[in-house]
Each structure stands twice: as C-alpha cells, then as structure tokens.
Design a protein around this ligand. Structure first.
Ligand SMILES: Cc1cc2nc3c(=O)[nH]c(=O)nc-3n(C[C@H](O)[C@H](O)[C@H](O)COP(=O)(O)OP(=O)(O)OC[C@H]3O[C@@H](n4cnc5c(N)ncnc54)[C@H](O)[C@@H]3O)c2cc1C
Length: 394
C-alpha cells in the first residue's frame, strides 16, 4: 500500500520536477535517473499529479470479512491497583451497543497483581474478561500494551473496541489502529450502532461547529476513544457472571525498547471532572487579582474553580482546569459560569451538568441558552453580594 515509483517512466527532467513538487521535501534524487521517497512523505499525492504516470498510488486490497468480527471490547485502564472510572463508563456504553447488535461485551485488563480487581468489571457489563497479569506490567508502557492488545484482538476478534481518551489511551489507540491497519476516531462524544454493525462514531468537527458521524465500513475492529465523563456509569448488575480468562504473558509481548528506571507519582491535583460543584471563570474577569474573589466563592460553596480556554492561554490557569472541547468534560451537580460567553467549544464540555447558573452582563450571551438560572449583570457587583448572602446564611 502506498506510493509506487515506476522507474521506467522517469527522466532526469521528471526527477527534478518531482523533487520540486513535494511540499514536504520527502522526494530526493537518487543516482542519475532516479528518486527516493523518504519518511517525511504525508501522502498528499502532489507528486502523482506532477509525475506524468511515474508515481502511482496503490491501495492495499483487503477482503471484507466484517462478518467474522463480533462483540464490543473495552480497554479497562488499570493504574496501580485501581481501575480507572472511565472503564465503567465505557463498559456501560458497550453493553448498550452490544444489546442493539446482540453481541457480547469483552473487557481487557492489563496490569500487575490485578486478578482480584477484575471480577467487578462483570457487574458493569462485561460478559468475558481477559486478564494479562505480569509484574512487568506494573507501569504503563505503550509497546508491551500494544502487543497485548494485538494478542487480545487476535483471540477475541471484536467488531469494535472502546478506549478511554486518557493519556495512556491516547497513545495506545493510534498505535493499535495503525498496526492493524484499521480506522480510529478520537474523542467521540456519542456512539451508535447501525444495522450492519458499523459503529457510528460521533464527534465535534470544525472547531465544534458540526457533529461528524464517522464509520469504518471496510476494516475491523473499529476503534474509538472517548473522554472521561462523556458517558454515565451504569448501576452495577447483581446477576452478572463474566467468564474470566487468565492469559499467559509471553516475553514477546513484553518486548520493549524503553525501560522504566524510576517512576514517581505526580502530586494529586483536584480533578474538575470529578467535582460536584464548579465555579467556572471566563474572560469577563478583568485581572488575575480578581480571581481571589471567585476562589472565595468557590471555597464558600465547597466547589472547585475552573476556567475557559483564554484564561489558560494567558497563563492564569493550568490546562487541567479548562472546561470544553479541548479541555475537560465535566458533569457537576452545580456549575456557576462567571463572565463566560458560552462559546460552542466551552459548552461542549459542560452539557452533562445538572444545574448551570450563569452570571453575565450581556443579556444575549449564549451561555444563557444552556443555563438553568441566569443573572444578567456585572460580576463585580453580583459576586460580593453572593458572598455576603452566603456568610449571612452561615
Ligand atoms: C478548536 C477550538 C477549541 C476550543 N476549545 C475550547 C475549550 O475547550 N474551552 C473553552 O473555554 N474555549 C475553547 N475555545 C475558545 C472558544 O471559542 C472561546 O473563544 C472561549 O471559550 C471564550 O472564552 P470566554 O467565554 O472566557 O471569553 P469571551 O468570549 O470573551 O466572553 C467573556 C464574557 O464575559 C462577559 N463579561 C464581560 N465583562 C463582564 C462583567 N463585568 N460581568 C459579567 N460578565 C462580563 C461578556 O459579556 C462575555 O460574554 C476553543 C476554540 C477553538 C477554535
């Protein structure tokens, strides 16, 4: 698959033209009458247009064997001795999709000393759990994990696989998809299944202005990543009894070009995705000093402070505090948005909030379209009043 050089059609003049045609500098002269295409190639195909038949593109011919792939698999992320909450959310969604397609749900668990942890996955929707437990898998490393996922896929042949868009998931999913030469859609916000068992992978595109519906009709498995807090965790089932398969981890699976010398846990930072109460601040706040007033409000109501993207860009906040399309997805019981206009990219990360209160001086601000309650007015007058009321109530 890829670009093919037809040497018999090359002339010295054409070689020069081809070298010049490549916007990425991937084509280099070779000998008197030849060229090579280097790893810089982005398959833009500009050379095909310029090459007068001397370069062609060949698609790999694959037999469509979709009917041999069955089931929805979930990569259940385990760190140390705890299962990441996103695993439960994905298992819940996988169960829903599997029901429509009448397929099983497979869970994949990788780690060290995890055998006693995994039975719980059954209660959240897994019909079968594959466990790869080995002391060398204590810390996440993309190479062995990719080898193991590949092994798991060759054993179970799932039609689709859901992976959390965590740091680990984001590095793992593209590697596996590339290795298996299949498709991957990152950061899906909704998933559906069509009558041909195509997973409809729905995600914002063009800066959040449209929702793209993407399918992978010709190859299996269909891979997607989903961010934390996009789907809800289901109530655990009490009648569940998944089959547990303990799979031997071979040296070949563990082969890795990187070695972990030491691993240090970063200090825990309160995660806004987990918060029940959030005060989100936007560009309506005029100076960094004024954040003290907002922090005072957040502390008074037992909430965490979060922000819009411009406040990360001007270095007032760490990026982990940003809500939205390119930030975190949140689902608090209460979200207070202060001086936030309600751009589509911000709102994309807060739609699951139970109650949204907006404070904005512009009565036409879009944030009022998604807010349950709105205060039209100057935040510099409203916040001190709110703080006064809260103190009086104490
Ligand atoms: C691909 C892409 C991804 C993006 N991802 C994100 C994302 O993840 N998260 C995100 O937040 N943004 C994101 N953005 C940026 C987004 O489009 C907006 O530019 C941004 O959210 C606006 O931030 P804001 O609401 O703080 O500022 P503004 O839009 O400037 O709004 C400030 C608001 O404050 C109000 N205000 C001003 N003064 C006062 C006052 N004294 N009292 C009360 N109200 C007042 C104004 O009326 C206004 O509505 C993204 C953009 C792109 C293109």
């Amino acid at each position: 698959m890829g670009l093919r050089i037809n040497n018999d059609k090359l002339t010295p003049a054409l070689c020069r033209k081809l070298v010049e045609s490549c916007p990425f500098g991937a084509i280099n002269p070779s000998g008197d009458n030849g060229i090579t295409i280097g790893p810089e190639c982005r398959l833009c195909k500009a050379c095909i247009k310029a090459g007068e038949g001397s370069i062609t593109y060949e698609e790999e011919k694959r037999n469509n064997d979709n009917h041999n792939w069955n089931g929805i698999a979930v990569f259940c992320e385990i760190s140390g001795n705890s299962i990441h909450e996103i695993s439960y959310e994905l298992l819940g969604k996988a169960s829903e999709l599997a029901k429509t397609a009448n397929q099983p749900v497979y869970a994949l668990a990788i780690g060290s000393g995890i055998k006693s942890l995994v039975p719980v996955l059954s209660a959240y929707g897994a019909d079968s759990i594959s466990v790869y437990d080995h002391q060398s898998l204590e810390n996440y490393l993309v190479e062995p994990y990719t080898n193991i996922v590949e092994d798991f896929i060759s054993r179970t042949k799932p039609s689709a696989m859901l992976i959390g868009a965590t740091s680990a998931g984001r590095s793992l999913a593209p590697r596996i998809a590339a290795r298996l030469k299949t498709g991957l859609t990152a950061d899906c916000t909704a998933l559906e299944m069509d009558e041909n068992n195509n997973l409809i992978q729905i995600r914002p595109a063009f800066g959040g202005n449209i929702m793209a519906r993407i399918i992978t009709p010709n190859t299996r498995p269909q891979f997607c990543t989903v961010r934390y807090k996009i789907f809800s965790k289901i109530h655990p089932r009490t009648d569940s009894a998944a089959q547990i398969h303990n799979i031997e981890v071979t040296d070949k699976m563990l082969s890795c070009s990187a070695e972990i010398l030491t691993a240090e846990r970063k200090p825990e930072v309160a995660d806004i995705s987990e918060a029940d109460i959030i005060v989100q601040v936007g560009r309506g706040v005029k100076s960094q000093k004024d954040l003290e007033m907002v922090q005072e409000l957040a502390t008074a109501i037992g909430g965490q402070i979060a922000c819009t993207r411009p406040l990360v860009e001007n270095h007032w906040f760490d990026s982990r505090k940003q809500i939205g399309l390119s930030g975190r997805t949140v689902k608090p019981k209460l979200l207070i948005c202060i001086g936030v206009s309600g751009a589509v990219q911000t709102v994309a990360g807060m739609k699951g909030s139970e109650c949204i209160i907006a404070i904005n001086s512009d009565p036409n601000a879009s944030i009022f379209d998604v807010a349950n309650y709105g205060f039209v007015g100057d935040l510099y007058q409203i916040i001190p009043l709110l703080l006064k009321k809260i103190k009086e109530a104490d």
